[in-house]
Design a protein. Structure first.
Length: 871
């Protein structure tokens, strides 16, 4: 269609919802067809004689209109929210929030007569305009989602005003499913509010992202808004409250209550507001003059000190990298029960899931640095500088994701960081099998859809590629510029691009267009021609579907080794097929393409098993050695594995040692095929510096010969590390020649850690030890998260074998988990455990009722699939 015809059609073609009016080419034509003829109408451009099929044209127009309809814009700013003053108390019995909110606002630009606030599921009382001591009652309309307040006069952008809203919020009403990342939408959560659940503390916490804080206070619940705040929280005097900013005042009240005043003097987005209330212990730390607080349930303070011990160093490291000081007056980290996400970066007060609630011994093996770094980095990327819309979410989450790489690189080395990056890539690739989206997405159906492996995983990998392309100095200088230019502001992706362009002096539209504003990823085929060893020819094909994905511009690194010295060249690919040559005075026998695994691409290349052996032996990059071992394992290349496994067990990168041990569990013959292999494994079990490697080595010895190592297991079962002790105890109970005495097991039965509880449960089941029903019932109530999930299978098996030990109580506990637990994988595990009683019709009927009530559609389908199979 030529430009002239396009202009005519744009001005003269009208589409209705039930009929289509096709105008003749002249807008002044009096001939109007009220319906389509049976033959497609052809509109002819008299200049060219070309015809246009009207049906195709209509389809194209409808597609364009659908694009406009699907567009998710940044929220329109009719008002500027300046300050939020909340006075809150809590009705624990009815799980309600009793609130008085005073909001200070002004029209953003255009004069306004009506104020619309987000306020979900409230009972609204009086609303007033506040002028000094005078209150003027205001009229309003309320539809359970938004509050429309009628102002007494037309106000301009020069008119700052204050409204007071009295309300009661009911967060439980009409709560939704949330997303995979944030599994509920209540905004504010009462945990065991009446103290009726044994072992679970009473507490309140909030989760505002995406737009759920308006479930407990009225606001303009959009990410491109920001305001200061004063939260006044009335809580039991026995409890602690935590919120954004500083605790500036406390007042004793009657009835055993206290009012805490939390002031946030720097503006931030409404979704980042947070409170937590409970019986918490606090560990205090500092970074310079910056106060740090780690809040956990009492009794877990020593564990928290260990779990969060790297926080000061992280802050210093990120400050140095960014050239921007930590921007807030304090930083608290709070561990709560039943959290609906992994963690949340509330400004100055990050909240974490209960898996970080560890005692001192459990914390020995703590590996939560990644999530601690993630939420901390958000204090700059997300809190100080905030995505202006959920379409731009990756500007928050890509940086937080990449912080995990940066911290690993700094603290634990390049090898661990690179393997983490590969893991992030694989997470994205797995998701890309079912969907492929632009990183910056303006057509999402629900803002919760943005919390996926595109915004997080792919975004982080893309930032790493930009760093590799520009170099460290330009990359971090650009981040400094981006943060300082946009502090306390909302941003979109072009703000980030412009910062990088300003620093680097380069046009980076090509990079941002293909990675941020388009979907998919390269699919690369490599061929290496070694026929001339001093002039290696590298051929690269881009094989992705170019109707669905861009033709990428890619910097590609080719590396090789000469006398144990790593050499490399970088080439820039701009075509679907390109060839590059590597010239060298010294003959080259093997080259590596993207040896460090920095490129987000699916790769295909013919590599022999012998080449993987050489890669393992000569590569100086742990991620490349890991790839070689993993590839040989996948190929079941036994001869080559026999050659490199002894080297793998001595590799300086712990993950390679652990991976080799895990593989060897699946092939017991290797014990007899590799000289001295057993001695190497035993040495790792005794002395490796990494607990997870020791654990894997002990597991392998238990597979090979638990009887031979029974005394070793008995000794190692007393190690401080639960990883080591748990594996040793499992090896001990696996011995058959001289079964462990029950009195030995009873010494461990009181330990609540799941790594100890699982082998104890294994012993009770395999040795048919009766009378342990109370132990299983008690243990189920003590465990949570991953440990609970692993224990559920043993729990079900014990009561299936010994129903007289308390089957009814066991089923009741499992049904409660299936109905109430906040974590999908626990509800799934409870269902799986209940299926151990599938021969009981009454149990199945109860399962079916709960299945029908399940909120998560995927989990509900999972339940129904297995229930149907029983019929």
């Amino acid at each position: 269609m030529n430009l002239r015809l396009t202009k005519i059609l744009n001005s003269c073609l009208v589409l209705g919802s039930s009929s289509i009016l096709v105008f003749a080419i002249s807008c002044k034509s009096e001939k109007i067809a009220t319906e389509l003829e049976s033959e497609p109408l052809t509109i002819t451009d008299t200049d060219s004689g070309e015809g246009v099929d009207s049906a195709k044209l209509i389809q194209l127009i409808q597609e364009k209109e659908a694009e406009i309809e699907a567009y998710q814009p940044s929220a329109r700013r009719d008002f500027d929210l300046i300050h939020t003053d909340l006075d809150l108390s809590f009705d624990w019995s009815n799980q309600a929030v009793l609130g008085k909110a005073r909001l200070t606002l002004k029209p953003f630009f255009y004069p306004q007569k009506e104020l619309i606030l987000d306020a979900k599921d409230y009972e609204v009382g009086a609303i007033h305009l506040v002028k000094g001591e005078n209150l003027t009652k205001l009229s309003y309309r309320y539809d359970e989602k938004q509050l429309r307040i009628y102002l007494p006069e037309l106000l301009s952008s020069q008119d700052t005003f204050e409204v007071e809203i009295n309300y009661t919020a009911f967060p439980d009403r009409n709560s939704g499913n949330g997303s995979e990342a944030i599994t509920d939408t209540k905004g504010l959560y009462f945990i065991d509010p009446l103290d009726t659940i044994p072992g679970k503390p009473t507490m309140i916490w909030t989760q505002g992202e995406t737009e759920h804080n308006s479930k407990w206070f009225p606001t303009i619940d959009k990410p491109n808004e920001r305001a200061t705040q004063l939260f006044k929280l009335t809580v039991p005097d026995s409890m602690v409250s935590i919120s954004n900013g500083k605790l500036v005042k406390q007042e004793k009240l009657e009835g055993g209550l206290r009012k805490d005043f939390w002031q946030m003097e720097l503006p931030h987005a409404p979704y980042l507001a947070a409170i937590a209330v409970g019986v918490f212990g606090k560990v205090e730390a500092k970074w310079g003059d910056l106060p740090l607080g780690y809040y956990v349930e009492k009794g877990f303070e020593k564990g928290a000190a260990k779990v969060f011990e790297n926080t000061p160093e992280m802050i210093g490291f990120f400050e140095d990298k960014l050239g921007v000081k930590f921007p807030w007056p304090k930083y608290d980290q709070i561990v709560v029960r039943d959290f609906v996400s992994g963690a949340m970066e509330n400004t100055t007060a990050s909240i974490f899931m209960e898996e970080l609630r560890l005692d001192e011994r459990e914390a020995i093996d703590s590996e939560w640095d990644y999530i601690i770094a993630h939420e901390l980095f958000h204090q700059w990327f997300g809190d100080l500088v905030t995505s202006e819309s959920w379409s731009n979410l990756t500007l928050n989450e890509a940086f937080a994701n990449y912080s995990e790489y940066l911290w690993n690189e700094h603290k634990y080395g390049k090898d661990q960081a690179s393997l983490k990056l590969v893991s992030e890539m694989e997470g994205y690739f797995a998701e890309s099998e079912s969907k492929q989206e632009d990183l910056i997405r303006f057509d999402y159906s629900d803002s919760e859809d943005m919390f996926d492996a595109h915004s997080y995983n792919k975004g982080g990998v893309v930032l790493n590629m930009l760093r590799q392309y520009l170099g460290d100095e330009a990359f971090f200088k650009a981040l400094h510029l981006y943060l300082t230019q946009h502090s306390f502001q909302s941003v979109e992706v072009h703000d980030l691009r412009l910062a990088f362009e300003q620093v680097s002096g380069q046009d980076l539209n090509w990079f941002f267009n293909q990675w941020f504003l388009d979907k998919s990823h390269p699919e690369l085929y490599f061929e290496i021609d070694y026929s001339q060893p001093q002039s290696i020819l590298v051929s690269v094909y881009q094989a992705q579907d170019l109707e669905e994905a861009p033709l990428y511009q890619l910097p590609i690194e080719v590396s090789w080794y000469e006398a144990e010295v790593r050499k490399s060249n970088k080439f820039f690919m701009t075509q679907a097929f390109q060839q590059f040559s590597i010239e060298s005075e010294t003959p080259i026998s093997q080259v590596y393409l993207d040896e460090g695994k920095n490129l987000l691409a699916r790769r295909s290349q013919e590599i022999s098993s012998g080449q993987f052996v050489r890669q393992f032996k000569e590569s100086q990059l742990g991620v490349a050695r890991y790839e070689a071992l993993d590839s040989l394992v996948a190929r079941e290349a036994k001869d080559e594995l026999l050659e490199i496994l002894p080297l793998a067990l001595k590799d300086p990168f712990w993950s390679i040692r652990e991976n080799a041990l895990g593989f060897m569990q699946n092939d017991p013959e290797l014990r007899n095929l590799i000289p001295e292999i057993e001695e190497l494994v035993y040495e790792l079990a005794e002395k490796d510096l990494k607990s997870s490697v020791r654990s894997a080595a002990i597991d392998l010895l238990g597979v090979w010969d638990p009887n031979k190592y029974q005394n070793t297991f008995a000794r190692l079962a007393n190690e401080p590390s639960y990883l080591v002790a748990g594996s040793a105890l499992m090896g001990l109970v696996s011995a058959t020649d001289n079964p462990v005495d029950s009195t030995v097991i009873e010494r461990f039965a009181g330990d609540p850690n799941f790594r100890i509880s699982v082998p104890v449960a294994e012993f009770y089941i395999e040795q048919s030890v009766g009378g342990k029903g109370p132990w299983f019932l008690n243990r189920l109530g003590l465990l949570s998260g991953e440990g609970l999930y692993y224990f559920l299978g043993y729990f079900s098996e014990y009561f299936s074998r010994f129903p007289e030990e308390g089957k009814e109580a066991a089923v009741k506990q499992l049904l409660a988990l299936m109905e109430n637990d906040s974590k999908n994988f626990i509800r799934m595990g409870a269902f799986q455990a209940l299926m151990g009683f599938a021969d009981d019709k009454l149990v199945i009927e109860k399962i079916e009722k709960l299945s029908a009530l399940e909120k998560d559609p995927e989990l509900r389908n999972y339940f129904n699939y297995f229930l149907e199979a029983l019929k």
